[in-house]
Design a protein around this ligand. Structure first.
Ligand code: NAD
Ligand code: IPM
Ligand code: MN
Length: 363
């Protein structure tokens, strides 16, 4: 199979983890006789510095002309004081919008050899397997007006949370479709006791549910959901929610896996290329030190192989290789504990590659 992959490393650890993930994809291509063609584009802070904009047109064109996109992370202190349109994050939001990537899937799976790395109790997280489905191109991230102004000597600010029924329906439908191939339960997370947008969200969830009689739908207020994720995470199968709620809940849920550095994601549109990226950011505090955990990005490439290329076996091989490496005790600093082997980014990548070769040799 021949596929063209747009690669947007971004800023900070983005460059380190993407370099590792590309090595992994190259080995998969070699072992399983595929051709992956990688073409690089700039996004975020680096693009601001070189092109004067966080999302150059060349990057949009490259992405649209690719079969899938691999993204690292954007942002850093260097650009934090920039005007809103010249922030790295604006480029990320713009590429999501431009490509219609409305469905952000963030799988949260406890890996048994890692349950001790979590700050939570082993019995709480053992066996956790849930999927956060985050609406990604609407809601409070994109509503207008967004403004600040002076009024009577006060700083007035406005952010707007807006949705159309179509935007809500398609993301909820996605959640139900995923539930059908998982454990047939959808938890729709909202703030319907306060927000009008949430009341309409709830209405639409009830309507969509009628098309999926086998799936159980429950509604949960977002503050309670945040607590339940820590109290009893095994109650969840698919959680579907508004853009910002999903952003917050997914970082929280990452701790069920042991680290934010383990959480992969896929951002999907109705019919264009999917974008695959770790849920975490550019981690300026550890950038350039060969310390970052590359596994979230490597696991994102497994999602790419499965969701965009239908290469199920190859995706499974990457996941299995990651499991084996963790079982052998290799740990980047974010997941290290006593009696484990402290491992750099590049060593971790090498270990994963070795396991992939072993698995493919044995087949
Ligand atoms: P962050 O996710 O970058 O880091 C939060 C904490 O987790 C840090 O202590 C970091 O060292 C750690 N961490 C994150 N990923 C890790 C990994 N792979 N391995 C080991 N440790 C890891 O969030 P932040 O510090 O709030 O934000 C930093 C910058 O990243 C900001 O500019 C923010 O806007 C940006 N950001 C970008 C994305 C993205 O591109 N998708 C996502 C989140 C944040
Ligand atoms: C994420 C990030 C982004 C978001 C930021 C960097 C705009 O936190 O991908 O989760 O909030 O969507
Ligand atoms: Mn986030």
């Amino acid at each position: 199979m021949e596929k063209k992959i747009a690669v947007l490393p971004g800023d900070g650890i983005g460059k380190e983890i993407v370099a590792g993930a590309i090595e992994v994809l190259k080995v998969v291509a070699e072992e399983y006789n595929h051709q992956f063609i990688f073409e690089y584009g700039r996004l975020g802070g680096e693009a601001i510095d070189v092109d004067g904009t966080p999302l150059p047109q060349a990057t949009v064109d490259l992405c649209k002309d690719s079969d899938a996109i691999l993204l690292g992370a954007v942002g850093g202190p260097k650009w934090d004081q920039n005007t809103p349109a010249l922030r790295p994050e604006a480029g990320l939001l713009a590429i999501r919008k431009e490509l219609g990537l409305f469905a952000n899937l963030r799988p949260v799976q406890a890996i048994s050899s890692l349950t001790d790395a979590s700050t939570l109790k082993k019995e709480v997280i053992d066996g956790v397997d849930l999927m956060i489905v985050r609406e990604l191109t609407g809601g409070i991230y994109f509503g207008s007006p967004r403004e600040r102004r002076e009024e009577n000597g006060q700083r007035m600010v406005v952010d707007t949370l807006s949705y159309t029924n179509e935007e809500i329906e398609r993301i909820i439908r996605k959640a139900f479709e995923l539930a059908m191939i998982r454990n047939k339960k959808v938890t729709s997370v909202d703030k319907a006791n306060v927000l009008e947008s949430s009341r309409v969200w709830r209405e639409i969830a009830n309507e969509v549910a009628k098309d999926f009689p086998e799936v159980e739908l429950e509604h949960m207020l977002v503050d309670n959901a945040a607590m339940q994720l820590i109290r009893a995470p095994k109650q969840f199968d698919v959680m579907v929610t508004e853009n910002m709620f999903g952003d917050i809940l997914s970082d929280e849920a990452s701790m069920l896996t042991g680290s934010l550095g383990m959480l992969s994601s896929a951002s999907l549109s109705a019919n264009g290329p999917g974008l695959y990226e770790p849920a975490h950011g550019s981690a300026p505090d550890i950038a350039g030190q060969n310390k970052a955990n590359p596994l979230a990005t490597i696991l994102s490439t497994a999602m790419m192989l499965k969701y965009s290329f239908n290469l199920i076996e190859e995706g499974n091989v990457i996941e299995e290789a990651v499991n084996r490496v963790l079982e052998k005790g290799y740990r980047t600093a974010d997941i290290s504990e006593e009696n484990t082997k402290l491992t750099s980014t590049t060593e971790m990548v090498e270990q994963v590659i070795n396991e992939i070769k072993e698995i493919s040799k044995a087949k």
